[in-house]
Ligand binder design. Structure first.
Ligand SMILES: [Zn+2]
Length: 205
């Protein structure tokens, strides 16, 4: 028996696998001049005189309610912020964002008991947020940035000069690293750290 690769080995397109006398080619295989080659990236399977390649499928998931996502404000109205939601890769799995996100201002939805009231005039298009999915609607994710201290603005640049805003722990607000402009956005406790943000996301998957 003449086989050039081991069973269950991952093979690449063009890998020479065996000769046609020994195996009946199944899917993922092509025959050229009596030799069988892989057409795909995948797992080789051999058995009962048959050979094939099973395509490697990446583990792809979508976000669901209570997951935390990274999003960027793309449009702002007094009562609603529209955001694009980032797809991410965590622990070898891809989480794909299929929809845009919306944040409704609490003052517009009658949350009288809410301790915080977002003032959307403090926010800017381009602000990057850490937000929780409250509702997974047909056409969008309804997001929340108030329900825990890790949620809120993750990255932001100065609206006056474009330099990065940094968190000033004395003022408890964001201040420009260059022109000292300050603003009153709802800041995440992991502001500025993608590494910490990913930990929050992982905790909520
Ligand atoms: Zn500035």
């Amino acid at each position: 028996m003449r086989v050039f690769v081991k069973d269950t080995e991952i093979v690449m397109p063009g890998d020479k696998l065996a000769t046609e006398e020994e195996f009946l080619p199944e899917r993922g295989i092509f025959n050229e001049n009596g030799y069988l080659f892989s057409l795909l990236v995948g797992d080789l399977f051999l058995g009962r005189g048959k050979i094939g390649v099973k395509p490697l499928l990446r583990d792809i998931r979508t976000f669901k309610e209570e997951n935390v996502v990274i999003c960027m404000i793309t449009d702002l109205l007094p009562s609603i912020a529209f955001t694009s939601v980032s797809s991410i890769r965590l622990n070898g799995k891809d989480y794909v964002a299929l929809k845009e996100g919306k944040i409704i201002n609490p003052s517009e939805r009658g949350h009288y008991g809410s301790s915080k009231k977002l003032n959307f005039s403090d926010y800017n298009v381009g602000d990057v947020l850490l937000a929780k999915i409250k509702y997974n609607d047909d056409d969008s994710y309804m997001l929340d940035i108030e329900s825990s201290p890790e949620l809120g603005v993750l990255f932001s640049v100065c609206e006056d000069c474009g330099e990065p805003m940094i968190y000033d722990s004395k003022l408890h607000m964001l201040a420009c690293s260059k022109c000292k402009h300050v603003n009153n956005k709802d800041v995440s406790t992991v502001y500025g750290s993608i590494e910490e943000a990913l930990k929050v996301i992982e905790k909520n998957l």
